[in-house]
Design a protein around this ligand. Sequence first.
Ligand code: 5AD
Ligand code: SF4
Length: 446
Amino acid sequence: MANIKSDIEITNKVYIETYGCQMNFSDTEIVSSILINSGFSIINTPDNADTILLNTCSVRDNAERKIHERLIHLKRYKKQNKNLVVGILGCMAERLRKNLLEEKQIVDLVVGPDEFRKVPQLIDDARTGTRGIAVMLSRVETYDDIEPLRTSGVFAWLSIMRGCDNFCSYCVVPYTRGRERSRSLESVVKEVENLRDKGFKEITLLGQNVNSYKDRQTGEDFADLLAASAKAAPKIRFRYMTSHPVDMSDKLIETMAEYDNICKYIHLPVQSGSNRILDLMLRGYTVEHYLGHINKIKKLMPGCSLSTDIIAGFPTETEEDHKATLRVIEEVGYDGAFMFKYSPREHTKAFSMADDVPDREKTRRLNEIIELQHKISRELNNKETGNFHTIVAESPSKKNPEEWMGRTDTNKVVVFPVSNGIAEGDIFNVKILGSTSATLFGEIIS
Ligand code: 5AD
Ligand code: SF4
C-alpha cells in the first residue's frame, strides 16, 4: 500500500505545470506572482508540492486529452499525500467548469483565465475541504498591476492584451478567454522600462490578436505601442505574437522596418489557401488580401522571416481547397509553420457543421502540408550558409552540452559550439556553416 502521509506539514509549496500557447506561459508567471504575494512559494517539481496546478489549453481536443491523462497520473501523488490540492487553471477550466469538479474527484479547484486573483483563497478553501470554482470572464481584467514572476532574467513575455473578439468559426478562444481588452500604452511601456533597467535582452509582446490592440484612452494602436517600446529600450530586441491578417496595417510594417531593434519576423496565420474555406472560417480576408500584406512585408523588409498556422481538413474542405493551401505555402515561402488537423470544438460556429473530412484524409492532407513546408524550410535554411547573424544565447543545446543555442533576429534557432564562460543573454555574432529544416549550425565570430 502507498505510504500515506496524512500528518504531512503544509508548507505552501505550489508546483505549476503549463500547457499550450505562450499566453498560458505568461499567465503562469502572473499566477505565480499572485501566489508569492499571498505567502506561497513556487517549486519546480511536483514531488514535494502541497498544491499542483495545471494551466491548461482547450484549442484542440488532443490538448485536453493530455490533461485528462495527466490527472490520472497525479492520483499517485494524492495517494501519497491526502492533503495535496490539485487545481485546473486556464482555458479548460473555463470551458468545462463544474463538470471538472463533478467528473474528476481528484480536482479541488477550477479557475478560469480572468479569476487568477482568487487562486490563493481557493487553495486555502480546498485545504479545509471546500472544493471551489471561479470562472467568471471579465471585460476589464488585464492583471496590469501584477509584475509577473519571470524565471529568466534575459527573455520576457509581456502580455499587452487579453481575450479575442474575432470569433473565427473553429476557435474556442473567445469563449475561454473572453472579450478582447488592451492594457494602456503607458503601463506597457513602464513595464518595458522596468525590464530594461533589470537587464533583459529580449521582450515578446503577447496577445491573441495584437494588431487590434488599442489604448482606449489615447487611441494609440499596436504600431504606436511597438514604436514606443522600441524607443524606450533601444538595446532590447522586440518580438510579438500573434498577428491577424485582417488588422495587419501598413503602418505596422513600416514601424517594423524603421526600428533595428524590432525583430524581422512575423507570424501571420493564413489557416487556409481557399477563399471559400476562409469565408466559412469567418476569417474576414481573402487569399489575395493576405498576399498583399506578404508582398508589402517582402518589399519593405527583404529577409524578414515569416511563419503561419494552417488547419487541414476544415468541414467541406475539398482536394481543390487543399491544393490551394499548398499553393499559398509555396507562394509565400514560409520559414516555418504550425500545422494542425481540424478539431471540432463545442460552442464554436463550425461545431454545427458536419466534421465531414475523414480522419485518414485529414492526416494525408496534413502530412502533405508538413512535407512541403519542411522542404521549403530546408531550402531557405540552406541559403543561410555563409551568412552572419547576431544571436542572444538562450540555453545549452539539449543534444550536446558543449553546444548552446540562440535565436537570430529572424527567429531561427542557431546551435553553436562553446568553449567556456558562456551565460544566458550573452550576445554573439555567428557565421552559419550548415543547417537542417529546423536548425542552423554556426560558429562564434565575435
Ligand atoms: N482545430 C484545429 N486547429 C485549431 N486552431 C485553433 N482552433 C483550432 C481547431 N478547432 C489553430 C489555428 C490557430 C492556432 C493557434 O491553433 O491555426 O491559429
Ligand atoms: Fe481564435 Fe481567431 Fe481569435 Fe486567433 S483570432 S484566438 S484563431 S478566434
